[in-house]
Ligand binder design. Structure first.
Ligand code: M6R
Length: 608
């Protein structure tokens, strides 16, 4: 989704801004632009499409400036166009602004400003901020910005420059992430630490309603009461944001192949085998409260929601808690009884998903204990939660989440065991689970060795337009996630269903052109899954089975079969999803789709 990068220092700004934008490209966007001040004039260059096009446009301009703001836009208000791209400017082209988030009361403000004579050029909500600052400006830009943001309803991370304030950038945050990067006599601001990786590892995370003012040799941060704040400088580990395809054709493929390592990173140092328990330092501060909770509600979106869906079964198996799982975007509409007996667990790769953030803010208001499973260190969800566990899976650049999903499942299992061992789970059960967990990386390596065979199978399915994915119990979420992977990157229509529900509707879709991907582990669901496959075959449906049973019973009724190693039922989904990720990848590649940046999607969804 939208990305911001700003630079203020002694070097030429444009190459740094362009480079930063390129590092934000993976988030998904449709247009890009930048502003700087050269010879006392605001210079703004924008384009629809790729950052490389913006780079070409800046190439012949000979701009000489060492500060500026830049943006990649993912359209919300107004279609992708040069006019609607950011930066947006005021009437006199003195103020320029880039913005992430949504201004909910922009129409009302726009009308008010138009009545005062302001001329608007774009259809964006962002432009209203530039005009509002212009309207509030007397002789102090900082004061004008503070006055203006007080009027804004919604979420924003903004960066503002003014032709009269050379070498100064004003940053404000409410709801959308902004990080300040600290270099040697140079400062940066970005919506994502990845954009700053080549320049500095020293970061300060702004909290809501804080304003940062950067210039080339100093910066300060204030709250809205004009008080200077002492903020902690975080040093980010290089591995947290290394962006490199390492010879793989796509980030997604690389990330699928990184799973043996990302899973190890999820449990490294978190297992005490001889006590059959997990050790989660991030939860220790709330241990007293955690031991007393009666109910856990998991909130998340997309792939993280599927991890939560499986989490419900995992927590039910390992703990005595009442478990609910809710889509973060729906959570706020419910009249849930939240109190100190309830913990709300947010699961989010990016740590910035607006729906999840809104859900946990709601839960906080009502007194629940907030827990998080987050990959991106220091992000909003990580900051707001009372305690949590980081994935430590490294950056995930492909928009389709792969390695984070399996990493989330490992961490959910560790949290459930952590709680369960204070309840009824025995030492033996805990040890068995952890022993099986430790074997997963090698078992995944075995699956990945068959990637070529999975590719061959995938190519036989690439021409189909519709797919049904079915599974039961622990593998119902696997079916959902397998279908999501295929639809988001290959644009084929795919539905994930609990297999038992098939006969209540989706079976009417089945014919020879509507294949089914059946997830058939050798567990308590096996016989029922075999029955479902028979029902599909009776309607001429083609079947690809993902199973750990190589026997004739399943072979004879499947058109294609992918074998995965066997583990405990509760962990089997972590293995079963790997061939489905590869299946989706190879189909999307065969269809010539932009695998890492599927159309209309963004990596970090920062609007509700
Ligand atoms: O960053 P989050 O985990 O909170 O993101 C949630 C979803 O937007 C995300 O999982 C999305 O569904 C992915 N594109 C799935 O591959």
């Amino acid at each position: 989704m939208c990305g911001i990068i700003s630079y203020c220092g002694n070097r030429q700004a444009i190459p740094i801004l362009i480079d930063g934008l390129k590092r934000l490209e993976y988030r998904g966007y449709d247009s890009a632009g930048l502003s700087t001040v050269d010879k006392n004039k605001m210079v703004t260059i924008k384009t629809v499409g790729k950052v490389s096009q913006l780079e070409n446009k800046t190439a012949g301009t000979r701009i000489n400036s060492s500060f500026g703001i830049a943006h990649t836009r993912w359209a919300t208000h107004g279609k992708p166009s040069e006019t609607n791209a950011h930066p947006q400017t005021d009437c006199h082209n003195k103020i320029s602004i880039v913005h992430n988030g949504i201004i909910e009361n922009y129409l009302e403000l726009k009308e008010e400003l138009q009545n005062k004579g302001h001329q608007f050029k774009s259809q964006t909500d962002t432009e209203v901020i530039a005009h509002l600052i212009e309207d509030n400006y007397e002789n102090d830009l900082e004061v004008a910005i503070i006055k203006s943001v007080e009027r804004l309803v919604g979420t924003f991370g903004i960066a503002v420059i003014h032709t009269d304030y050379k070498h100064q950038i004003f940053i404000v945050k409410r709801g959308s992430p902004i990080i300040i990067g600290i270099g040697d006599n140079e400062f940066f601001a970005a919506s994502d630490s990845n954009a700053l990786a080549p320049y500095t590892h020293k970061m300060v995370y702004l909290s809501d309603d804080e304003i940062a003012v950067l210039n080339s040799n100093r910066f300060y941060i204030k709250n809205m009461k004009n008080e200077i704040l002492e903020k902690k400088i975080e040093i980010l580990d290089e591995d947290e944001y290394k962006m490199d395809k390492k010879g793989y054709e796509h980030y997604m493929l690389k990330e699928i192949f990184e799973q043996p390592e990302s899973i190890k990173n999820a449990f490294r140092g978190r297992i005490i085998l001889n006590e059959g328990v997990s050790k989660l330092g991030g939860l220790e501060p709330v241990l007293g409260r955690l031991k007393n909770i009666k109910k856990l509600i998991i909130v998340s979106c997309g792939t993280s929601y599927h991890a939560g869906l499986l989490g419900r079964y995992i927590f039910e198996t390992l703990t005595e808690l009442d478990i609910e799982i809710e889509l973060a975007s729906e959570f706020r509409y419910r009249r849930l009884k939240l109190n100190e007996d309830v913990a709300v667990l947010a699961i989010s790769q990016s740590g910035e998903t607006a729906d999840t953030l809104a859900a946990i803010k709601e839960a906080k208001r009502k007194g629940a204990l907030l827990l998080g499973i987050v990959n991106a260190v220091g992000t909003s969800i990580a900051q707001i939660t009372d305690a949590g566990v980081y994935n430590h899976a490294g950056p995930e650049i492909g928009v389709a989440s792969t390695k984070i999903y399996t990493s989330q499942l490992v961490i959910i299992t560790l949290i459930a065991l952590f709680i369960g061992r204070y309840q009824t789970v025995s030492f033996i059960e805990g040890s068995e689970l952890l022993t099986a967990l430790k074997k997963l990386p090698d078992q995944i390596k075995d699956i990945l060795k068959n990637a070529k065979q999975i590719e061959k199978i995938a190519l036989r399915y690439a021409h189909f337009k519709n797919f049904l994915y079915i599974g039961r119990l622990y593998n119902y979420p696997t079916a959902m996630e397998g279908a999501l992977k295929l639809k988001e990157i290959s644009y084929a229509h795919a539905e994930g269903y609990p297999a038992g529900e098939m006969k209540h509707g989706p079976i009417s879709l089945i014919d020879e052109n509507f294949p089914t991907i059946a997830i058939v582990p050798k567990d308590s669901t096996y016989d029922k899954m075999i029955n479902n496959i028979q029902e599909i075959r009776a309607r001429s449906g083609r079947i690809l089975s993902i199973t750990n049973d190589g026997e004739d019973k399943i072979k004879n009724i499947s058109d294609d079969l992918i074998l995965v190693p066997q583990t405990l039922s509760i962990l089997q989904p972590i293995l079963n999803i790997i061939p489905l990720q590869l299946f989706a990848y190879y189909i999307a590649k065969e269809k010539g789709c932009d695998v890492d940046k599927p159309r209309n999607l963004a990596k970090s969804v920062t609007v509700e």
